[in-house]
Design a protein around this ligand. Sequence first.
Ligand code: NAP
Length: 499
Amino acid sequence: MTVSQRNIIGFEFSTKSNEFFRTYFPEKDEYSNYHFAETTDEEIEAAFQKASNSFLRFRNSLGTERAELLLLIAKKIDENREDLVSIYQLESALPKDRANIELNRTIFQLKEFANLISTPNWNFCSEEEADNNRKPTPKPSLQKKLIPIGPIVVFGASNFPFAYSTIGGDTASALAAACPVIVKSHPYHAGTGDLIAQLVMNAIKELNFPDGIFSNLNSKGFELGQKLISNPFCKGVAFTGSQKGGLAIQKTINCRKDIIPFFAEMGSVNPIFIFESSLEDSSIVQKISSSISLNAGQFCTNPGLIFIVKSEKSELFKEELIAKLENVEPQIMLHPTIKTNFENGVLNLVRKNKTKVLLNNNSRNEKEVFPVIQEIQLADFVQDTDFQEEVFGMHTIIVECNDNSDFLEISQVLKGQLTISLFLNENDCFANKKLIDELQQKAGRIIFNGVPTGVEVSTSMQHGGPFPATTDARFTAVGSDAIYRFLRPITYQNLFERF
Ligand code: NAP
């Protein structure tokens, strides 16, 4: 496959701007030779015109027809695996096995949505029969079902070029719901996005779906995204990225003339609570250190906070954790800007003079990064919510507590999280029902004796959580239920039987 370096607007390749940007190959430490044209206002309008026109036909397509489309996209991705994995690695510096795992997940997600929308009546909610004899007023017949909301703008995340980007869970679920999609491609992996977008476009053409149900627009700056979400034809936005980015987008959406749904999956620090009883298990250190360091810690589910009751065993736990992380191979981050943000995030916390740095072998000039572990007193932690901010990368703060009752105090100051993990035994669980009840108010997923990284893609998975982890904790971005973000209920009252 060849990187087109062009915007894809429905079935058209388009380059209208004279301004170009290049992606960066972090491992080679050089810019690519691909020159991606910025997107012009004219191209934005063309993409929305096509999306809006195509919605008329697309929304009336059968679930089974759209399932065929998703399966064809999955097939094309699999057939072009080698090219896709190769450019993914160049643009992200992520290892080959991770690229293949993520590509498999992307294919699996497409198949999951295809399965769902092939099921008869998948979008049917409920039905009540008329009762003309009801007194004092007759009861009308009622049928409730789900219909698509319209063109969706999707923002990809830097850390998942396949699974949370061009044809990741957001785009796949929106297309499954019969919503046209305009992707704001991520500038760190515009080449990967370009190849995927070509495959999506070809599949749409091959199956005679309307021109405009999918577009992929490139830009290196925020302006394009801001314009897309301000466009009156945009009927919903799915975002995966930082809290800063998500909040900026929410602000712009609030200034629109009409209110549209905005689903932002943002960063989280995914706290881990460790009970003394679980420190008997020697595997816990390995599990947590791997979770912190996997792929340079560049996961929204990376554990950024550990709460532990102070004891001899906790001292040993800290020593072992540091020893393990000290031996982690240095890693290259997704982009030099992400590395700088990581270093600045650590520095900002160090400058507060409230933490003790237990591990930091980083030097600002090196290309690679090492894990950073800080420690803070409970009283300092509860007073300053900055210690709950995500430092994207291999960064964790340990908070030592006096006893389990401190966990309850912490649960009350914790912000909303994607996940909260508890390492404990059954007796602890039973004795700490109040804590678990409090923690339920703070997270989308509670994990017992496990680490937060490694999100199962399935219907029972909840990948979301109270603000600031997301902007709408009622929905998930992972698993087949993600489709419900792009559907709305409608009731037909006294509908003719043959309709
Ligand atoms: P990011 O810097 O927030 O960028 C994400 C996207 O948002 C990019 O396309 C970016 O545009 C756009 N954006 C950011 N600020 C914007 C603004 N002010 N106006 C308009 N658009 C804006 O995040 P990232 O570095 O790509 O991804 C890493 C973050 O994503 C981490 O915080 C991680 O925890 C989070 N994440 C969350 C999940 C989840 O499911 N909750 C999953 C993966 C990652 P440009 O392309 O123009 O820069």
